[in-house]
Design a protein around this ligand. Structure first.
Ligand code: AMP
Ligand code: MG
Length: 438
């Protein structure tokens, strides 16, 4: 959107969802990469590749417990009827032992998994192939080996067969899964350069809000937004910073907001509508947060507020979301606006910032709205030929999380569709896209 278009949109009272999303994305930039200890990089994406400083395996390595032999002393695929081979055991090698002894024809080494195979040998005969009570023979004895399936070079991990020193074992962009962390460690990477986890401060507001452990008294409401938003942030790879609850009074609210502005993102819920105690927009203004939009044509989620706070002296920025207090509205706004912002800070590709949308056939009647698009919970089922069927879930409105808790997707009905019927072609927003997580 050109700057003059954005300025005009900022002035308008209520904006369309697409315009709101464009503002959020335009103001969200990837965080600067940071060099961290490998263990702290777990779950992050590499910004710089990892190059190995050793070969893997670093030397020719025994892959079984048994006897290191010269293949020339054995008979390939000798079969069950072949006679056992008698070999002199000249050395015992455990993992960690290194020997410069050369194994001559007619001899072998007793060797354990992980030890370098000695000079002269090129295969390992498993201990199970030692016959006539010779499996326990050590250096100085004679072992009788019967390996009907023997193949030259067997059970040896050849030096560099997995990777070579100097090879890029993990390219930039790789997600540091447990396997990738293990590989990085093997390749000698003690530190990695990754996009850090965005810190997301979560503040619930409302004098009536009590902690989930409390039994709410008459007029009180348990805080479901705090734990819900923290879970949503963590699931995407952000670091939730719980700021607890602030009452609807200007000073405590201002103190809590100021604290939250130290984070990369501040998610505040409640107090953003037009009620007497909806002090949040004014508090944001007094804290120096620049308003970008307030109120979006959307149901639920209309009161959502978005702005940006620039810390003085080049101290970075905080994206500020005022989410509606009603939990279902809060979650819809998280999924539609906060998720793309967080994904953007995490350096995800542009095409993946928003949840994916698909077409589906409606499995039952659903109510829309004349003036706003409606996002309602639905369950998905596969239909014929890879198609999707969307079954609307019971939903009583913006405070009701029961349907959302088991939903696979939002049924997204555009403004003007007052009612959709079973069989209609509809759009759904998929809630189970875990592929880019953390
Ligand atoms: P508000 O946006 O402050 O007008 O709140 C709208 C509704 O959401 C009210 O019924 C609040 O009690 C409720 N609400 C606000 N914050 C929360 C919260 N953190 N958890 C659950 N419900 C809330
Ligand atoms: Mg309130």
């Amino acid at each position: 959107m050109p700057p003059e278009g954005r300025a005009a949109a900022r002035k308008k009272a209520m904006i369309d969802l697409a315009a709101a999303l464009a503002h959020v994305v335009a103001d969200s930039r990837p965080l600067l990469p940071r060099r961290v200890r490998l263990e702290e990089g777990r779950g992050r994406r590499l910004v710089e590749p990892i190059v190995a400083d050793v070969d893997s395996p670093p030397w020719n390595r025994a892959m079984m417990d048994g006897f290191a032999v010269r293949s020339a002393d054995m008979v390939d695929g000798a079969g069950e009827s072949a006679a056992p081979m008698s070999l002199d055991v000249v050395v015992d090698l455990a993992a960690g032992d290194a020997s410069s002894l050369e194994i001559r024809p007619g001899s072998c080494a007793r060797i354990m998994t992980g030890a370098p195979i000695p000079v002269g040998t090129d295969a390992v005969v498993p201990i199970e192939c030692a016959v006539e009570g010779t499996a326990g023979v050590h250096a100085g004895g004679v072992v009788r080996l019967h390996d009907p399936r023997f193949r030259a070079g067997q059970h040896v991990g050849l030096q560099g067969c997995a990777f070579r020193a100097g090879a890029e074992v993990l390219p930039a962009g790789t997600l540091l899964t447990p396997a990738a962390v293990g590989l990085a460690a093997e390749a000698g990477a003690t530190h990695v350069v990754v996009v850090p986890r965005p810190r997301v401060a979560i503040l619930s507001t409302g004098s009536e809000i009590v902690a989930p452990e409390a039994l709410p008294r008459f007029g009180q409401t348990r805080n479901s937004n705090g734990p819900m938003l923290a879970a949503a942030v963590a699931a995407l790879g952000g670091e939730p910073v719980a700021l607890g609850t602030a009452v609807d009074r200007p000073e405590p609210l201002r103190a809590a907001v100021s604290q939250g502005l130290a984070a990369d993102i501040l998610l505040l819920s409640g107090g953003v509508s037009a009620g007497d105690l909806d002090l949040v927009p004014d508090t944001f203004r007094r804290c120096g947060v620049e308003k970008i939009f307030h109120k979006v044509r959307l149901k639920p989620g209309k009161p959502v507020w978005f702005g940006c706070f620039t810390r003085p002296d080049g101290g970075g920025r905080c994206l500020v979301f005022g989410l509606p207090g009603n939990p279902a509205s809060s979650l819809v706004c998280f999924d539609l606006f906060v998720r793309p912002a967080l994904a953007s800070l995490l350096g995800w590709p542009q095409g993946r910032l928003s949840l994916p949308r698909r077409r589906a056939r409606l499995g039952g009647g659903a109510k829309g709205a004349e003036d706003r698009p409606v996002y309602a919970p639905c369950r998905l089922e596969s239909g014929d030929g890879g198609s999707l069927v969307a079954h609307p879930l019971p939903w009583t409105g913006s405070s009701d999380l029961v349907g959302l808790a088991v939903a696979d997707a939002y049924l997204a009905l555009p403004a003007g569709v007052r009612r959709a019927e079973a069989g209609d072609d509809v759009e759904v927003v998929m809630l189970r896209d875990d592929s880019e997580r953390v």
